[in-house]
Design a protein around this ligand. Structure first.
Ligand code: GLY
Length: 569
């Protein structure tokens, strides 16, 4: 009963327990910290910690709350990854609850669907074929059963309240709805075929204002069912029947067997080092861990801190060159390693990084196969959170439904928005995916396979203690954003606020362009041009949530680019 009051005491507790902080998206506390991209979710997680729950208990409560407050970024129709550092055991765990291609999926399925579809249709991005078997419910509940201390019902309870009684939407929710309305207006037939998002979230074009309430009664019923009966309530029975019926109505291929066979996988985390820090990283099917390790290993060979002090253009140039190598290798080698091998050890080796660093010149050479202007879709379909509890346990977890509101298809009667994660495979032979990423055969579609991801949950240890947990949202910008926040804290000695706020560069090898997340100072733009880089006029961003332990204090940051707020006690 006492635990059910956590929402009520939350705000009072925040006021009493937290020291004043520099900015509203930074929190400082002594005992526990939760940084998510949604204030409601952070407060729910923090109250679990304050009421005696551990980092995993808080992660479960946060994840289900995010399914309600960030329905365009994550949810029960999506998938994700989580790293957990258990301070008692001094051991790290990695859980993969990435979505899975259905058993009827084939390498050619999207080529065929595109040839048969309307001109310009993107069957890997919108509609029923884009949906892979969701993993969030299985993953969260598997971790909760193994490491958690509270009951599922206690932890899902706050999310049920938010869905049933409503919560006030914020500016980010409104901004994302506005973007998706434009898509519906260009494709008006979808207002009938993809009704749930159009009616419940976009209100048929009459978008809510920030501060207006949103209730999701169908989603509340689904959450109640999962709270009562666990993962089986999602993967079997009436919910599974409804998912399959939706698939059949819209030409999808997910079956009851696909749902019943879904399993979260516990994997060995990958480990790397960087200037005296131990990094715990996510293995494939995430590319995030390998790419971060490769880029950091390259940068370890240059005096990046000295460059930063001397000439910030030079430091950015080095970061861009390291990213280009990491993304080129991502495209060449990475995929679901359960379906084929990838040279992970070589890509992460210090010797390989040394040879790449030796190639790094003072200017960049242009590539002839420049792709010009690739139009990126809005990449708001991902959500990262970081948590530290009073015992030193740490969670870094990223979830996704891929792009904003995923496939736009929902199981209406359960308020369940379905992912479009099939587009994270190399769906077409001749063109990159929604994020402009190219893939090797290792990331071709296959039955039961998990699409390659950029999600990069990261835990940093120093002297045997977890000192940082971070990760982000934003498709491939996750990798570049996490890299730059980490460098900001470790090498550039920035405050947490400055490290997160800093203008970021992004390069993903192809197209051969440097992207900024906000307008760069002219000196930086001009300096990079002089070093031979092409600068894109597009502005797209990553969203990073960090929790950090320094001395006896915890600090948390929720990236101001999305409007979340951390909560500590
Ligand atoms: N859906 C984005 C990613 O997994 O990288």
């Amino acid at each position: 009963m006492m635990r059910r009051t956590i929402l009520i005491v939350g705000v009072l507790g925040m006021l009493a327990g937290c020291q004043p902080s520099h900015s509203e998206w930074i929190a400082i506390a002594q005992n526990g910290m939760v940084a998510t991209d949604s204030q409601d979710a952070s407060e729910i997680g923090m109250e679990v910690l304050r009421s005696g729950g551990n980092a995993i208990d808080a992660a479960t409560a946060v994840s289900f709350a995010l399914a309600v407050t960030r329905p365009y970024s994550t949810g029960l129709g999506g998938g994700g990854f989580a790293l957990y550092y258990d301070a008692g055991e001094k051991k790290s765990y990695a859980y993969d609850f990435r979505e899975v291609a259905p058993a009827a999926a084939t390498a050619a399925m999207f080529e065929v669907a595109r040839a048969e579809g309307r001109p310009g249709s993107e069957p890997s991005q919108r509609g029923a074929l884009a949906v892979a078997v969701p993993g969030v419910v299985a993953g969260r509940l598997a971790m909760q059963e193994r490491f958690g201390t509270w009951s599922r019902a206690e932890l899902i309870g706050p999310a049920i309240g938010l869905a049933r009684d409503g919560f006030d939407v914020d500016e980010d929710y409104v901004r994302r709805c506005r973007q998706v309305v434009k898509y519906y207006n260009r494709n008006p037939r979808m207002k009938l075929t993809h009704r749930y998002v159009w009616q419940r979230h976009l209100r048929e074009g009459k978008i809510r204002k920030p501060g207006s309430p949103l209730v999701q009664p169908q989603l509340a019923r689904l959450l109640e069912l999962i709270a009562r009966d666990g993962a089986d309530a999602f993967y079997q029975g009436p919910v599974a029947d409804a998912i399959v019926a939706t698939m059949q109505e819209h030409g999808g291929i997910i079956t009851r067997e696909d749902l019943a066979n879904y399993r979260a996988i516990q994997r060995e985390p990958i480990h790397s080092t960087y200037r005296g820090h131990d990094l715990v990283l996510m293995p494939p099917p995430s590319s995030g861990g390998v790419c971060l390790a490769e880029a950091l290993n390259i940068l370890e060979n240059v005096d990046i801190a000295g460059m930063w002090r001397r000439d910030r253009v030079e430091a950015r140039h080095a970061i861009i060159e390291a990213l280009k190598h990491a993304f080129a290798d991502r495209a060449r080698y990475l995929g679901d390693t359960d379906f084929g091998s990838a040279p992970i050890e070589q890509l992460m080796s210090k010797t390989y990084a040394l040879s790449l660093a030796a190639e790094m010149g003072p200017t960049s050479s242009h590539e002839s196969d420049d792709y010009g202007t690739v139009q990126f879709v809005e990449d708001a379909g991902t959500s990262h959170f970081s948590i530290m509890d009073r015992w030193g346990n740490v969670v870094a977890s990223t979830e996704t439904i891929n792009t904003s509101f995923g496939s736009l298809l929902a199981v209406d009667e359960w308020g369940l928005i379905l992912n479009n994660e099939m587009d994270d495979f190399g769906a077409y032979r001749d063109r990159p995916n929604a994020y402009g990423l190219e893939h090797s055969a290792g990331n071709a579609v296959a039955a039961g396979k998990r699409p390659l991801s950029s999600m990069s949950p990261t835990i940093v240890l120093k002297d045997g203690q977890a000192v940082m947990a971070l990760g982000g949202a934003g498709g491939p910008r996750i990798i570049s954003s996490v890299l730059q926040v980490f460098l900001g804290l470790v090498d550039f000695e920035l405050s947490l606020e400055d490290a997160v706020d800093l203008v970021r560069v992004h390069h993903q090898w192809k197209p051969n362009e440097v992207f900024f997340d906000k307008n760069p100072p002219e000196k930086l733009a001009e300096g990079l041009r002089r070093r031979g880089h092409y600068l894109s006029s597009q502005r797209k961003t990553g969203v990073v949530q960090v929790v950090r332990r320094s001395r006896s204090q915890l600090s948390g940051a929720s990236d101001p680019r999305k409007g979340g707020k951390p909560a500590g006690y």
